[in-house]
Design a protein around this ligand. Structure first.
Ligand code: NAD
Length: 491
């Protein structure tokens, strides 16, 4: 799997095309966000590699894989889930090397969730309901039924923030209904996808059913893949600007896209909320994974009567967070993904400093050891900042939020829905009628009431506005990855 270096294991991430691992002429290094050491050597796929991967996926979809009985395909994906569990430690180490998140997060969430995702979609594909309609009109009697077949070649392009689970969320349903898949993980988090290719190889999927191409976006594997005329569906998760680029590329041949993009997610805390729960929940929703989850809360609106109490409580929660490397004692928050991303987050903290008041955080923690070569940043809370500030209107994607008071329910709804993004919202209230009334007025794909990050993979997920197009999750994923035909039989 890897090569050893003076500073530990370096994973070699090769491309996997048509059932074989393939070296590339060009390679690049992936650096640890914890201490800057090299953790992976990545083989960058060129246009010819991407072309071969698309053709291999097409052949698998038209051949053994697409025509395999659902029962067999479901069984093979169940085997994949078992092999992911069998290589649990390899996946954990690779995820920690790429992202630097606390070990417990990878052990308790990322790896088990990935295995579950394969089992879930393998099962759903086996029970994917079809529809029939009976048509009766004077002189006409007919029966209609719905046929579904694999869409063909699916391009699955993932970001770096939750590399394993987000890639699995695309490839598991796409494979489960018989598509050939070409996966392109983020250049910032290539390692788990590489082990995933080994798992597919070991599970014995027909050659070409799963292909992996590594690289960047523009002038690299990402853009080569989305521009390839042989791709029939593009499922993309990443930044809104990149999503717009992908959509332009897809429009050339009128290909359906599913775009899971950025967010600037609000939380509303009403005066009747359980404040301790709202503070603990908001600390989690703002700082979990160092704020690098598209579902993280970056805007918090609190009823004026509880505002001071809330800010004091959230400040204490932020200052009590243990920041550090994956195995540091009691660690709760790791680094940002890279120094480059930290520069971006720090530039937003500078805007916050100029436009508002930094209650806590605002800088880089000092460790006086190798972690100072990493990409750590302090959890940051901002108040007294105009809603027009770029810190409030743009996605920062770090452990940050601003908190502002409101006086009426109407005002809270107006503030929360003022963003052009619309991914998720959180409503904290002890009054069920109010919570549900306000939930119905949020302009987002998901609304959580008195909680956060409860994601049932069977539910349709996807944002509105700048947060994306399309729904994935449960049968919505299977709908996206299939073509549907209405067969009408005149009786
Ligand atoms: P990104 O847009 O920079 O990159 C995402 C992926 O697209 C990477 O694999 C990258 O190599 C590739 N890519 C870049 N340019 C491309 C191009 N022109 N053509 C094809 N592929 C290209 O995003 P990121 O920085 O990796 O991830 C962070 C972003 O993802 C944040 O905005 C976050 O909100 C968003 N995100 C959204 C969701 C969601 O479900 N809505 C989930 C996670 C992350």
């Amino acid at each position: 799997m890897g090569i050893s270096s003076e500073n530990g294991e370096v994973l070699v991430a090769r491309n996997y095309i048509g059932g074989a691992f393939r070296d590339a002429q060009s390679t690049f290094e992936k650096h640890s966000p914890v201490d800057g050491r090299v953790v992976a050597l990545v083989h960058e796929a060129d246009a010819a590699d991407v072309n071969d991967a698309v053709l291999a996926a097409r052949a698998a979809c038209d051949g053994d894989w697409g025509s395999m009985s659902q029962r067999e395909r479901t069984a093979l994906l169940g085997k994949v889930a078992g092999l992911i569990e069998a290589r649990f430690d390899d996946f954990v180490e690779a995820e920690l090397a790429d992202t630097g998140r606390p070990r417990a997060a990878a052990r308790e969430f990322d790896v088990p969730r990935t295995a579950d995702t394969f089992r879930l979609f393998a099962g759903l594909a086996g029970s994917y309901p079809g529809q029939t309609w009976q048509t009766e009109a004077p002189g006409i009697s007919a029966v209609n039924y719905q046929l579904r077949r694999p869409a063909g070649v699916v391009a699955a392009i993932a970001p770096w923030n939750m590399p394993m689970v987000l890639l699995a969320f695309k490839i598991a349903p796409a494979l489960a209904v018989g598509n050939g898949v070409v996966a392109k993980p983020s250049e910032e988090a290539p390692s788990t996808a590489s082990i995933m290719a080994e798992v597919f190889d070991e599970a014995g999927l027909p050659a070409g059913a799963f292909n992996l191409v590594n690289g960047f976006g523009i002038d690299s594997a990402g853009a080569f893949l989305t521009a390839h005329p042989g791709v029939n569906r593009i499922s993309f998760t990443g930044e809104t600007r990149t999503g717009a680029h992908v959509m332009r590329s897809a429009s050339e041949r009128v290909r359906p896209v599913s775009l899971e993009l950025g967010g600037k997610n609000p939380a509303i805390v009403f005066e009747d909320a359980d404040l301790a729960a709202a503070i603990a929940g908001t600390a989690r929703s703002a700082f979990y994974n160092c704020g690098q989850v598209c579902l993280c809360t970056e805007r918090v609106y609190v009823h004026r009567s509880r505002y001071e109490e809330f800010v004091t409580g959230l400040k204490a929660a932020a200052e009590n967070l243990v920041i550090g490397a994956p195995d540091d004692p009691g660690v709760q928050m790791g680094p940002l993904i890279s120094r480059k991303h930290r520069e971006r987050v720090l530039s937003y903290l500078e805007i916050a400093r100029q436009d508002g008041n930094i209650v806590t955080g605002g800088g880089v923690p000092q460790f006086a050891d190798a972690r100072d070569n990493g990409a750590f940043v302090q959890p940051t809370i901002v108040t007294d900042i105009p809603e027009s500030s770029r810190f409030v209107t743009e996605e920062v994607f770090g452990p940050v939020c601003h908190v502002a008071p409101f006086d009426t329910e109407e005002e809270a709804v107006a503030l929360a829905t003022a963003s052009e993004y619309g991914l998720v919202s959180v409503v904290w209230s002890g009054n069920t009628s109010r919570a549900l009334r306000v939930a119905g007025r949020m302009r987002s794909g998901v609304v959580w009431v008195n909680g956060w990050l409860i994601r049932d993979l069977r539910t349709p997920f996807g944002g509105v506005g700048l947060s994306g197009i399309g729904k994935e999750g449960g049968y919505a994923s299977l709908d996206f990855y299939t073509d549907q035909t209405n067969v009408c039989v005149k009786l």
